[in-house]
Ligand binder design. Structure first.
Ligand code: NAD
Length: 267
């Protein structure tokens, strides 16, 4: 198993991509901390953990709103108390609060930046503190720690009506690259996954009717919507020593969405 005994925190893991990442990492031997934000998502987080345990994996659930500094610190403290350290952070939690720009309220802007960008900053900072404290544990990995930021194709594709979301993802890219430059000498590997359209609760409008799905396919050269497992498998690779020479990279898992399919001229 590629991640035997490694401790992985996955934020926003009670649904969608985070859930699949947690399951995929656990199948490779990682002990997974399944983060969920609010009491109402606790049962979903527990169901993910139950599924993982039934498949022979292990982990715990942990409530934390990633936009709150004290809650993030508490999540890392609980994890370290339970397992002794953290080896992998998957900064996955994210929200969309869409609005035409001229009508976007400050609270809509702050909500998205708070979870998607500040949340990734807060979690990355706590992870890096622990990676620096521990250093390399050669029984587990040749790296001193790994962070995977869940970005989006919208770190490079502008997205009208979603200025807060697209800005948060553009910011994640520069956060990821800067942290990677800063901490590669300490053997800490930091990369991003940029999903295209993945079938999860965040984008139901894009796939829940045949018409919507048909329109979506015009944006995807590979002509299928992505599944959470497409991202889970990529996360396993980026978290494992198989990708040890990969630093500061954005891995686009998007069926070709970033290939400008509107420019196709041969039919
Ligand atoms: P999702 O809505 O199923 O997952 C988002 C998760 O974040 C949920 O589990 C939610 O409970 C959690 N969350 C929300 N606010 C939180 C907070 N304050 N603290 C902790 N957790 C919080 O949608 P998803 O598609 O699985 O999204 C996961 C990530 O993937 C997001 O960062 C999203 O931007 C990114 N992404 C998704 C797609 C897609 O097509 N689905 C495409 C590109 C990027």
């Amino acid at each position: 198993m590629k991640l035997q005994n490694q401790i992985a925190i996955i934020t926003g893991a009670s649904s969608g991509i985070g859930k699949s990442v947690a399951k995929c990492l656990a199948l490779e031997g990682a002990k997974v901390v399944i983060n969920y934000p609010f009491e109402k998502t606790k049962d979903d987080a527990q169901a993910v953990l139950d599924e993982i345990k039934q498949a022979g994996g292990d982990g715990m659930i942990c409530q934390c709103d990633v936009s709150k500094e004290d809650e993030v610190q508490n999540m890392f403290a609980q994890t370290i108390q339970q397992y002794g350290t953290v080896d992998i952070l998957v900064n996955n939690a994210g929200i969309q609060v869409d609005s035409p720009f001229e009508k976007m309220t400050l609270s809509q802007w702050n909500a998205v930046i708070g979870v998607n960008l500040t949340g990734q900053f807060l979690c990355a900072r706590e992870a890096i503190k622990e990676f620096l404290r521990r250093g390399v544990d050669e029984t587990k990995s040749v790296a001193a720690g790994k962070i995977i930021h869940m970005s989006s194709v919208h770190q490079i594709i502008p997205w009208a009506g979603h200025a807060n979301y697209a800005t948060s993802k553009g910011g994640i890219n520069m956060l990821m690259q800067t942290l990677s430059q800063e901490f590669a000498p300490k053997k800490i590997r930091i990369n991003s996954i940029c999903p295209g359209a993945i079938q999860t609760p965040i984008n139901t409008d894009a796939w829940s009717t045949p018409e919507a799905l048909n329109n979506l396919m015009k944006l995807i050269p590979y002509k299928r919507i992505g599944q959470p497992e497409d991202i889970g498998k990529a996360a396993v690779w980026l978290a494992s020593d198989d990708s040890d020479y990969v630093n500061g990279t954005s891995l686009f898992v998007d069926g070709g969405m970033t290939l400008f399919p509107g420019f196709t001229t041969n039919g």
